[in-house]
Design a protein around this ligand. Structure first.
Ligand code: KIV
Ligand code: ZN
Length: 524
């Protein structure tokens, strides 16, 4: 069996997805979860492009010692310098340099000739060698490049010290058999390629990214670059979970496998979906809500007789648990702590007590608390622990037939001031958002709102995911509670906090909000 290296780029290419921006704390949480999933490489960001990326790469490099940490850089020396500054603390750094190789890019973007780009490549890799011996070189838009030129540029990069060469289908143009042939051609015609890792990086513009990546494995590629849930630029990147399970389920066919702990796939997928505000469609392979649901009578009959009639993977192998009833309102600290620990949450005493209080609150309202519920509670706490301009303290709504939906909210700002206000709206959620707007007072537009039940049953925890737009940027928000109006308020506060951080706005209370602190209308 060949070992296929999984290079996860959720935090770099994945985060480039429109509206998918993550905070530094969220990147750290996702990075920790990717380490639990046991990926080989985590590409943590593009440090030269933003101080946030620089910090995230630097913190992940300091913290995650058992996984390779990669950071992307352009070919210029100052870009390589700052990328290395961010990456330096890593125990296993991988400095990733990219340069375009297609004539389209050379002519319109780089405005440079092939020979010059070849020199730039050699110079960039040789320069980076003074910092580290582990360097990846990517030939951007490789699938629309002259393949003999890609072979020459790969050979130059290898000669200068690259240890990984990456062949990206940047615009998602290639078809699987064609892509496989390209990878085979590069393998056969690049001097020195046997001594380095050949990697591929596929985008999904024509829906072929996973098929292309797998065709590349058959043709000899040893590393696949991919993202959780397939998030990424435009139509996204190849989905990590699909690649991993295709290799695991068809190991004999591919004669290859990864080292991933696939039981962590479902949880990693939910974490990324929640933090990025990008919902996973029910029919999505491996991690979609229906991926293991057998609806037709014929299939159910087959499943009852013998599971393998209609199931090629066991749900438990991707972390979708069968037996989900675990805890209830009589469960004590010990049981909850144990359960959280086995789910991979390493919480200190204060953090645990916060989760435990939230658990008790939910358990009072809900008979059975499942692993998924507990995960939603723990993730909600994680979100609240990140720096926030506001925390929701209280929300109360009055609505119903013939009445005017009215909401009262109380928020706590990061300087410890409490603000209350009330508003009416077209519906209860609108009323809540109007009341919050009266306090926060930063104009924005709600562009997406969705509610999902975490588990089945009338008492299920509802997760609300929203997107808001401000200054032509999109920010997402997420909230979870058995009361979907509370979850809606949490989601909006979460999105506003990201918006304030993302726009770099220092918030100061609106004149109305200040007045209300001193004389709340509810007291009048
Ligand atoms: O799509 C692409 O070509 C990239 C490179 C940086 C590898 O993301
Ligand atoms: Zn890409």
């Amino acid at each position: 069996m060949r070992h296929i290296r999984i290079f996860d780029t959720t935090l770099r290419d994945g985060e480039q997805a429109a509206g998918g921006a993550l905070t530094i704390d969220e990147k750290l949480e996702i990075g920790r979860q990717l380490a639990r999933l046991n990926v080989d490489v985590i590409e943590a960001g593009f440090p030269h492009t933003s101080p946030g990326d620089f910090k995230a790469v630097n913190l992940l490099a300091q913290e995650l010692r058992d996984v390779e940490i990669a950071a992307l850089s352009g070919f210029k020396r100052e870009q390589i310098d700052s990328t290395w500054q961010a990456l330096e603390p890593a125990a296993n750094p991988l400095l990733h340099i990219v340069i375009s190789t297609s004539d389209i890019h050379l002519q319109h973007q780089l405005r440079a000739r092939r020979e010059h780009v070849l020199d730039l490549t050699q110079d960039a890799v040789a320069y980076a060698r003074q910092f580290t011996s582990h360097i990846e070189f990517s030939a951007m838009d490789a699938t629309r490049s002259d393949l003999d030129y890609v072979c020459r540029i790969f050979a130059a990069a290898i000669e200068a010290g690259a240890t990984v060469v990456n062949f990206p289908d940047t615009v998602g143009y290639a078809q699987p058999d064609e892509f496989g042939r390209m990878v085979a051609y590069v393998t056969e015609n690049t001097p020195g390629i046997d001594d380095v890792v050949l990697s591929v990086h596929c985008h999904d513009d024509l829906g072929q990214s996973v098929a292309n990546s797998l065709a590349a494995v058959r043709a000899g590629a040893r590393q696949i670059e991919c993202t959780i849930n397939g998030v990424g630029e435009r139509a996204g990147n190849a989905a990590l979970e699909e690649i991993t399970m295709a290799l695991r389920t068809r190991r004999e066919y591919f004669q290859a496998d990864t080292r991933l702990d696939t039981k962590e796939l479902a949880r990693t997928s939910r974490l990324v979906s929640n933090f990025m505000g990008m919902l996973v469609p029910p029919n999505k392979a491996i991690i979609g809500g229906n991926a293991f649901a057998h609806a037709s009578g014929l299939h159910q009959d087959g499943m009852l007789k013998e599971r393998t009639t209609f199931e090629i993977m066991h749900p438990a192998d991707v972390g979708v648990s069968d037996s989900s009833i675990v805890l209830g309102k009589t469960s004590g600290r010990h049981a909850v702590r144990d359960r959280l620990k086995s789910m991979g949450y390493a919480l200190d005493e204060d953090e645990f007590m916060e989760v435990f209080r939230a658990f008790k609150d939910i358990a009072d309202r809900k008979k059975q608390v499942t692993d998924r519920d507990l995960e939603a509670i723990a993730q909600q706490r994680q979100r609240q622990a990140f720096h926030q301009a506001f925390v929701l303290q209280h929300v109360q709504v009055s609505a119903g037939t013939g009445s005017m939906p009215t909401a009262t909210v109380r928020l706590l700002s990061d300087d410890g001031t409490e603000f209350s206000d009330a508003a009416i709206g077209d519906g209860p959620v609108h009323a809540i958002y109007q009341a919050i707007n009266r306090i926060v007072g930063v104009p924005n537009r709600l562009i997406e709102f969705s509610v999902n039940a975490v588990t089945s049953g009338i008492d299920a925890i509802g997760e609300v995911t929203i997107r808001i737009e401000a200054d032509a940027k999109v920010f997402n928000g997420h909230g979870a509670d058995t009361d979907i109006l509370v979850a809606s308020a949490q989601a909006y506060i979460n999105a506003l906090n990201r918006m304030l951080a993302g726009l770099g706005k220092d918030w100061s209370a609106t004149p109305e909000a200040q007045a209300i602190v001193h004389a709340p209308p509810s007291e009048g």
